[in-house]
Design a protein around this ligand. Structure first.
Ligand SMILES: Nc1ncnc2c1ncn2[C@@H]1O[C@H](COP(=O)(O)OP(=O)(O)OP(=O)(O)O)[C@@H](O)[C@H]1O
Length: 260
Protein backbone atom coordinates (compact mmCIF):
# COMPACT_ATOMS: atom_id res chain seq x y z
CA UNK A 1 0.00 0.00 0.00
CA UNK A 2 2.92 2.33 0.60
CA UNK A 3 3.81 4.50 -2.37
CA UNK A 4 7.22 5.56 -3.53
CA UNK A 5 8.59 8.30 -1.29
CA UNK A 6 10.56 10.49 -3.65
CA UNK A 7 11.99 13.22 -1.40
CA UNK A 8 12.07 15.69 -4.27
CA UNK A 9 8.41 15.07 -5.07
CA UNK A 10 7.39 14.96 -1.45
CA UNK A 11 7.43 18.68 -0.65
CA UNK A 12 4.66 19.53 1.78
CA UNK A 13 2.22 22.14 0.58
CA UNK A 14 2.47 25.52 2.25
CA UNK A 15 -0.35 26.17 4.67
CA UNK A 16 -2.39 28.94 3.02
CA UNK A 17 -2.31 32.05 5.22
CA UNK A 18 -5.88 33.24 5.56
CA UNK A 19 -6.57 36.96 5.31
CA UNK A 20 -9.78 36.55 7.26
CA UNK A 21 -10.81 34.22 10.09
CA UNK A 22 -10.47 30.71 8.62
CA UNK A 23 -13.90 29.75 9.97
CA UNK A 24 -16.51 32.43 9.52
CA UNK A 25 -20.23 31.82 9.93
CA UNK A 26 -22.67 34.69 9.81
CA UNK A 27 -26.40 34.56 10.54
CA UNK A 28 -26.67 31.01 9.21
CA UNK A 29 -30.07 29.37 8.93
CA UNK A 30 -30.24 25.74 7.91
CA UNK A 31 -32.56 22.81 8.38
CA UNK A 32 -33.80 19.45 7.17
CA UNK A 33 -37.22 19.57 5.48
CA UNK A 34 -39.49 21.67 7.67
CA UNK A 35 -37.21 21.25 10.71
CA UNK A 36 -35.01 24.31 11.31
CA UNK A 37 -31.81 23.30 13.11
CA UNK A 38 -29.59 26.38 12.87
CA UNK A 39 -31.38 29.68 13.18
CA UNK A 40 -29.13 32.73 12.92
CA UNK A 41 -25.86 31.07 13.93
CA UNK A 42 -22.79 33.33 13.91
CA UNK A 43 -19.34 32.08 14.84
CA UNK A 44 -15.77 33.06 13.98
CA UNK A 45 -12.68 30.95 14.71
CA UNK A 46 -9.42 32.89 14.22
CA UNK A 47 -6.19 31.28 13.03
CA UNK A 48 -4.14 29.74 15.85
CA UNK A 49 -7.07 29.29 18.22
CA UNK A 50 -9.37 26.60 19.53
CA UNK A 51 -13.11 27.07 19.93
CA UNK A 52 -15.18 24.45 21.74
CA UNK A 53 -18.79 24.26 20.56
CA UNK A 54 -21.07 23.04 23.33
CA UNK A 55 -24.78 22.30 23.25
CA UNK A 56 -27.39 19.74 24.21
CA UNK A 57 -28.14 16.64 22.16
CA UNK A 58 -29.69 17.64 18.87
CA UNK A 59 -28.67 21.31 19.23
CA UNK A 60 -27.03 21.27 15.79
CA UNK A 61 -23.32 20.94 16.58
CA UNK A 62 -22.61 18.19 14.04
CA UNK A 63 -24.83 19.97 11.54
CA UNK A 64 -22.57 23.02 11.89
CA UNK A 65 -19.58 20.84 10.98
CA UNK A 66 -21.55 19.37 8.05
CA UNK A 67 -22.20 22.89 6.76
CA UNK A 68 -18.47 23.74 6.97
CA UNK A 69 -17.73 20.57 5.00
CA UNK A 70 -20.28 21.50 2.36
CA UNK A 71 -22.68 18.63 3.12
CA UNK A 72 -25.49 20.77 4.55
CA UNK A 73 -26.69 23.82 2.63
CA UNK A 74 -27.60 27.16 4.19
CA UNK A 75 -31.05 28.57 3.63
CA UNK A 76 -29.84 32.06 4.51
CA UNK A 77 -26.66 33.60 5.86
CA UNK A 78 -23.04 32.97 4.90
CA UNK A 79 -20.42 30.41 5.77
CA UNK A 80 -16.80 30.46 4.63
CA UNK A 81 -13.67 28.37 5.11
CA UNK A 82 -10.66 30.61 4.38
CA UNK A 83 -12.94 32.68 2.21
CA UNK A 84 -14.35 29.67 0.31
CA UNK A 85 -18.09 28.93 0.39
CA UNK A 86 -18.20 25.17 1.09
CA UNK A 87 -21.62 24.76 -0.54
CA UNK A 88 -20.40 26.39 -3.78
CA UNK A 89 -16.97 24.72 -3.86
CA UNK A 90 -16.95 21.72 -1.49
CA UNK A 91 -13.78 20.16 -2.96
CA UNK A 92 -11.74 23.30 -2.38
CA UNK A 93 -13.17 23.79 1.12
CA UNK A 94 -12.44 20.15 2.06
CA UNK A 95 -8.88 20.50 0.78
CA UNK A 96 -8.40 23.13 3.48
CA UNK A 97 -10.00 21.08 6.27
CA UNK A 98 -8.87 18.12 8.34
CA UNK A 99 -11.95 16.49 9.88
CA UNK A 100 -12.04 13.97 12.69
CA UNK A 101 -15.52 12.45 13.03
CA UNK A 102 -16.50 10.91 16.36
CA UNK A 103 -15.85 7.43 15.04
CA UNK A 104 -12.78 7.72 12.89
CA UNK A 105 -12.87 5.42 9.86
CA UNK A 106 -9.55 3.59 9.71
CA UNK A 107 -8.63 0.25 8.20
CA UNK A 108 -8.23 -2.58 10.72
CA UNK A 109 -6.21 -4.78 8.36
CA UNK A 110 -3.61 -2.05 7.75
CA UNK A 111 -0.91 -0.91 10.15
CA UNK A 112 -0.83 2.58 11.65
CA UNK A 113 1.82 3.59 9.11
CA UNK A 114 -0.14 2.11 6.19
CA UNK A 115 -3.36 3.81 7.31
CA UNK A 116 -1.61 7.20 7.41
CA UNK A 117 0.10 6.57 4.08
CA UNK A 118 -3.13 5.47 2.38
CA UNK A 119 -5.30 8.27 3.80
CA UNK A 120 -2.75 10.88 2.77
CA UNK A 121 -2.60 9.40 -0.72
CA UNK A 122 -6.40 9.74 -0.91
CA UNK A 123 -5.96 13.44 -0.10
CA UNK A 124 -3.39 13.74 -2.87
CA UNK A 125 -0.49 14.12 -0.42
CA UNK A 126 2.97 12.61 -0.89
CA UNK A 127 4.75 13.04 2.43
CA UNK A 128 8.55 13.09 2.57
CA UNK A 129 10.37 10.01 3.79
CA UNK A 130 10.24 9.83 7.57
CA UNK A 131 7.45 12.37 8.04
CA UNK A 132 4.77 9.75 8.74
CA UNK A 133 6.93 8.24 11.47
CA UNK A 134 7.56 11.74 12.84
CA UNK A 135 3.83 12.50 12.90
CA UNK A 136 2.94 9.17 14.56
CA UNK A 137 5.59 9.90 17.14
CA UNK A 138 4.37 13.49 17.63
CA UNK A 139 0.86 12.09 18.08
CA UNK A 140 2.19 9.98 20.94
CA UNK A 141 2.02 6.56 19.29
CA UNK A 142 4.92 4.43 20.46
CA UNK A 143 7.20 3.19 17.68
CA UNK A 144 6.51 -0.47 18.43
CA UNK A 145 2.89 0.17 17.35
CA UNK A 146 3.66 1.90 14.04
CA UNK A 147 3.71 -1.30 11.99
CA UNK A 148 1.04 -3.21 13.89
CA UNK A 149 -2.38 -3.77 12.37
CA UNK A 150 -5.04 -1.48 13.77
CA UNK A 151 -7.37 -4.38 14.58
CA UNK A 152 -6.01 -4.58 18.13
CA UNK A 153 -5.71 -0.83 18.80
CA UNK A 154 -7.55 0.92 21.64
CA UNK A 155 -9.72 3.98 20.90
CA UNK A 156 -6.93 6.24 22.19
CA UNK A 157 -4.38 4.66 19.84
CA UNK A 158 -6.76 5.01 16.87
CA UNK A 159 -7.30 8.64 17.76
CA UNK A 160 -3.53 9.14 17.67
CA UNK A 161 -3.30 7.70 14.17
CA UNK A 162 -6.14 9.96 13.04
CA UNK A 163 -4.58 13.07 14.54
CA UNK A 164 -1.23 12.15 12.98
CA UNK A 165 -2.92 12.19 9.58
CA UNK A 166 -4.49 15.54 10.41
CA UNK A 167 -1.07 16.89 11.46
CA UNK A 168 0.51 15.71 8.22
CA UNK A 169 -2.09 17.41 6.09
CA UNK A 170 -0.98 20.83 7.40
CA UNK A 171 -4.31 22.43 6.65
CA UNK A 172 -5.52 25.74 8.11
CA UNK A 173 -8.74 24.29 9.59
CA UNK A 174 -9.28 21.32 11.91
CA UNK A 175 -12.81 20.15 12.75
CA UNK A 176 -13.28 17.69 15.60
CA UNK A 177 -16.52 15.92 16.53
CA UNK A 178 -16.41 14.75 20.15
CA UNK A 179 -12.71 13.82 19.93
CA UNK A 180 -12.32 12.81 23.58
CA UNK A 181 -15.45 10.68 23.98
CA UNK A 182 -14.34 7.26 25.20
CA UNK A 183 -10.79 8.41 26.00
CA UNK A 184 -9.43 7.94 29.52
CA UNK A 185 -8.17 11.06 31.38
CA UNK A 186 -4.54 10.37 30.45
CA UNK A 187 -5.36 9.91 26.76
CA UNK A 188 -7.50 13.07 26.89
CA UNK A 189 -4.60 15.04 28.37
CA UNK A 190 -2.27 13.68 25.64
CA UNK A 191 -4.83 14.63 23.00
CA UNK A 192 -5.17 18.16 24.39
CA UNK A 193 -1.39 18.59 24.41
CA UNK A 194 -1.37 17.64 20.76
CA UNK A 195 -4.14 20.11 20.00
CA UNK A 196 -2.05 22.84 21.61
CA UNK A 197 0.70 22.03 19.08
CA UNK A 198 -1.78 22.17 16.20
CA UNK A 199 -2.93 25.58 17.47
CA UNK A 200 0.68 26.78 17.70
CA UNK A 201 1.06 26.07 13.97
CA UNK A 202 -1.66 28.61 13.26
CA UNK A 203 -4.52 26.18 12.64
CA UNK A 204 -8.08 27.25 13.44
CA UNK A 205 -9.67 24.44 15.48
CA UNK A 206 -13.40 23.95 16.01
CA UNK A 207 -14.14 21.18 18.49
CA UNK A 208 -17.66 19.89 19.11
CA UNK A 209 -17.71 18.33 22.55
CA UNK A 210 -19.68 17.31 25.61
CA UNK A 211 -16.45 17.11 27.58
CA UNK A 212 -16.48 20.26 29.71
CA UNK A 213 -13.21 19.38 31.40
CA UNK A 214 -11.37 18.99 28.11
CA UNK A 215 -12.94 22.18 26.74
CA UNK A 216 -11.98 24.11 29.89
CA UNK A 217 -8.46 22.74 29.65
CA UNK A 218 -7.67 23.51 26.02
CA UNK A 219 -10.16 25.91 24.40
CA UNK A 220 -9.54 29.63 23.92
CA UNK A 221 -13.24 30.23 23.46
CA UNK A 222 -16.32 28.25 24.40
CA UNK A 223 -19.51 28.83 22.43
CA UNK A 224 -22.88 27.56 23.68
CA UNK A 225 -25.23 26.52 20.90
CA UNK A 226 -28.84 26.92 21.96
CA UNK A 227 -32.03 27.26 19.96
CA UNK A 228 -30.02 27.12 16.73
CA UNK A 229 -27.60 29.93 17.49
CA UNK A 230 -24.64 30.83 19.66
CA UNK A 231 -26.42 32.36 22.63
CA UNK A 232 -23.32 32.81 24.74
CA UNK A 233 -19.58 32.81 24.15
CA UNK A 234 -16.83 32.98 26.75
CA UNK A 235 -13.10 33.47 26.21
CA UNK A 236 -10.16 32.42 28.35
CA UNK A 237 -7.95 35.35 29.23
CA UNK A 238 -4.21 34.78 29.38
CA UNK A 239 -3.23 32.11 31.86
CA UNK A 240 -6.66 32.18 33.48
CA UNK A 241 -8.55 29.05 32.45
CA UNK A 242 -12.29 28.39 32.54
CA UNK A 243 -14.07 27.37 35.73
CA UNK A 244 -15.57 23.95 34.97
CA UNK A 245 -18.30 24.32 37.58
CA UNK A 246 -19.43 27.62 36.07
CA UNK A 247 -19.39 26.06 32.61
CA UNK A 248 -21.48 23.18 33.92
CA UNK A 249 -23.99 25.57 35.47
CA UNK A 250 -24.14 27.54 32.21
CA UNK A 251 -24.64 24.37 30.24
CA UNK A 252 -27.48 23.25 32.53
CA UNK A 253 -29.16 26.61 32.05
CA UNK A 254 -28.97 26.20 28.28
CA UNK A 255 -30.14 22.59 28.34
CA UNK A 256 -33.06 23.61 30.57
CA UNK A 257 -34.00 26.33 28.15
CA UNK A 258 -33.85 23.86 25.28
CA UNK A 259 -36.14 21.45 27.10
CA UNK A 260 -38.61 24.19 28.05
N1 LIG B 1 -29.49 14.17 7.71
C1 LIG B 1 -30.45 14.59 8.53
N2 LIG B 1 -31.75 14.56 8.15
C2 LIG B 1 -32.73 15.02 8.96
N3 LIG B 1 -32.52 15.51 10.21
C3 LIG B 1 -31.26 15.54 10.65
C4 LIG B 1 -30.16 15.08 9.85
N4 LIG B 1 -29.02 15.26 10.56
C5 LIG B 1 -29.38 15.78 11.75
N5 LIG B 1 -30.73 15.95 11.80
C6 LIG B 1 -31.47 16.53 12.93
O1 LIG B 1 -30.91 17.81 13.16
C7 LIG B 1 -30.87 18.09 14.56
C8 LIG B 1 -29.45 18.44 14.96
O2 LIG B 1 -28.63 17.26 14.83
P1 LIG B 1 -27.08 17.30 15.13
O3 LIG B 1 -26.56 15.93 14.87
O4 LIG B 1 -26.45 18.43 14.40
O5 LIG B 1 -27.05 17.61 16.69
P2 LIG B 1 -25.85 17.58 17.72
O6 LIG B 1 -25.88 18.88 18.44
O7 LIG B 1 -24.58 17.21 17.03
O8 LIG B 1 -26.33 16.42 18.69
P3 LIG B 1 -25.52 15.32 19.58
O9 LIG B 1 -24.91 16.06 20.71
O10 LIG B 1 -26.61 14.40 20.03
O11 LIG B 1 -24.54 14.64 18.67
C9 LIG B 1 -31.43 16.87 15.26
O12 LIG B 1 -32.79 17.10 15.54
C10 LIG B 1 -31.27 15.77 14.23
O13 LIG B 1 -32.26 14.78 14.40
Amino acid sequence: MSHDHDPAAGEQREVPMPTTDPILISDLTLGYGTHTVLDGLSLAVPAGSITALLGGNGAGKSTTLSALLGFARARTGTITVCGIDPAADPDEARRLIAYLPENVALYDHLSAFENADYLLALSGERPKRGTIEDALSAAGLQDRAWHRRLGGFSKGMRQKVAIAVALLRQVPVLLLDEPTSGLDPRATADFNALLAEVRARGTAVLMVTHDLLSAADIADRIAFLEAGRVEHEVAASGEERFDVRKLHARFQLGAGRLAA
